[in-house]
Design a protein around this ligand. Structure first.
Ligand code: PGA
Ligand code: ZN
Length: 442
């Protein structure tokens, strides 16, 4: 049965994200009746990155005195005027049409006119409203009856780079419960390891304070030392590294690259060793290769910086058979950049962040493109998050296979994990959980 559920109201406000910075919340109300009486209201809070890619859609900030320039009143006003005008009266069940109307209202390639934070808020809240009006869960609305695949978490347990004030230069160190039987067990294993790591850090006299994504942020010399601590934590929790638990990292190398020097610069490692540590792309790939040989490292994100397509091709030729190479800043959830990567053989997996591209439809098209070419997909949070759990549903709906949503710590991170627990419960024995890393024996 075809249903017409008109959008009756679109309303945005400025709220706070997990770093205490302002961000956009949007409410979309739909229904055949009178607003406020028998309508359904979907809502969404837009996330925000810190190590943002150069080619991401534009996040509109006020650049005025309030909130140190980070206010989003302009984006909020754009939702309440231009975007509301564009979609009022439209059928909320036609997500593709709504998203193209939003794109039209902006009219630019990178959404700089209205702001990707404004556009995305409406796009997500419309989908949420549609699911609510149909009285089905969001993952089911977005993914239909094929939405049964639970994502394997890539759980961040140690933060560095732009997400913390410590000496660890690489941004994220993660554990993957590849040997778990289901999401719930995988989450338990990771949470146990997280607590063991905390005890180890304490015993070693290292800080147990956490970074933006909830992972610990102690001063450690380099990646080898981090992985050694992680192996200890895995063993102390009663698991075997490489068998039940694998490792992943997000180098976020765009943040380390110095164009003038044509080198990757490691300030933390330099500070800890007293020598200036710099690496060329070739040396960095060699460094990763050594880590892969020593540790059960199965996934490296942004191993090289976002403009080095030739370097990515070289890295993929050298390491692509051994590990997953995820493009985050490289692809920025942009279908065209993913297409280019596929053509060149750059990377073999795509990180998917809704606000890098700005609409749900475009993000889903990117996922489709990647999956069709045999690239893996990882749905991801941002370092600035909120209690919004949209990406948990999206990961299941898109059959992404993997999710990156931080540590088992900080409410905005656990909100996504807890939502996934409830989805798995709801799916009962329909739910499946597959190890995506069987190809890479440790
Ligand atoms: P960001 O970090 O949200 O600060 O960009 C997340 C990531 O790089 O994956
Ligand atoms: Zn990243």
């Amino acid at each position: 049965m075809y249903r017409y559920l008109p959008i009756r109201k679109v309303y945005a406000r400025e709220v706070l994200d997990s770093r205490g910075n302002p961000t956009v919340e949007v409410e979309v109300t739909v229904g055949e009746g009178i607003v406020g009486k028998d309508g359904y209201t979907g809502r969404a809070i837009v996330p925000s990155g810190a190590s943002t890619g150069k080619f991401e859609a534009v996040e509109l900030r006020d650049r005025e005195e309030r909130f140190g320039g980070l206010g989003v009143q302009k984006a909020v006003n754009n939702v309440n005027t231009k975007l509301a005008d564009a979609v009022l009266g439209e059928n909320v069940l036609e997500q593709g049409r709504i998203d193209s109307l939003l794109l039209e209202a902006d009219g630019t390639e990178n959404k700089e006119h209205i702001g990707a934070n404004a556009v995305l808020g409406v796009s997500m809240a419309a989908a949420d409203a549609a699911a609510k009006a149909l009285r089905i869960p969001l993952y089911q609305y977005l993914g239909g009856c094929l939405a049964e695949k639970m994502p394997v978490p890539m759980m961040n347990i140690l933060n560095g780079g732009k997400h913390a004030d410590n000496t660890v230069d690489f941004q994220e160190f993660m554990i993957i419960p590849s040997g778990a039987c289901c999401f719930k067990e995988g989450l338990r294993m990771c949470a146990e390891i997280y607590q063991k790591l905390k005890n180890i850090l304490k015993t070693e006299g290292l800080s147990t304070a956490v970074g933006d994504e909830g992972g610990f942020a102690p001063d450690i010399k380099g990646a080898r030392e981090v992985f050694q601590l992680m192996e200890r934590a895995v063993r102390e929790a009663g698991y075997e590294p490489g068998k039940e638990i694998c490792f992943a990292m997000d180098a976020a190398a765009s943040e380390l690259y110095e164009e003038a020097e044509e080198r990757y610069v490691f300030p933390g490692e330099s500070q800890m060793t007293g020598e200036k540590v710099r690496r060329t792309a070739e040396e960095l790939v060699e460094y990763y290769d050594a880590l892969i040989r020593e540790f059960p490292l199965v996934s490296i994100e942004d191993g090289l910086w976002e403009e080095d397509w030739a370097g990515w091709k070289m890295m993929t030729e050298k390491l692509g058979e051994k590990v997953q190479l995820v493009g985050d800043d490289l692809f920025v959830t942009n279908k065209k950049r993913v297409e280019k990567g596929i053509c060149l053989g750059a990377g073999n997996a795509v990180l998917v962040k809704l606000n890098q591209i700005g609409t749900l439809t475009e993000a889903l098209q990117t996922v489709e493109k990647a999956q069709h070419a045999g690239y893996r997909t990882v749905i991801s949070h941002r370092s600035g998050e909120s209690e919004d759990t949209f990406i948990a549903d999206l990961a299941v709906a898109a059959g992404a296979g993997q999710i990156k949503t931080g540590a088992p710590c900080r409410g905005e991170r656990t909100a996504k994990y807890n939502r996934l627990l409830s989805i798995e419960d709801r799916l009962e024995n329909q739910a499946c959980y597959e190890n995506p890393f069987t190809k890479y024996p440790a």
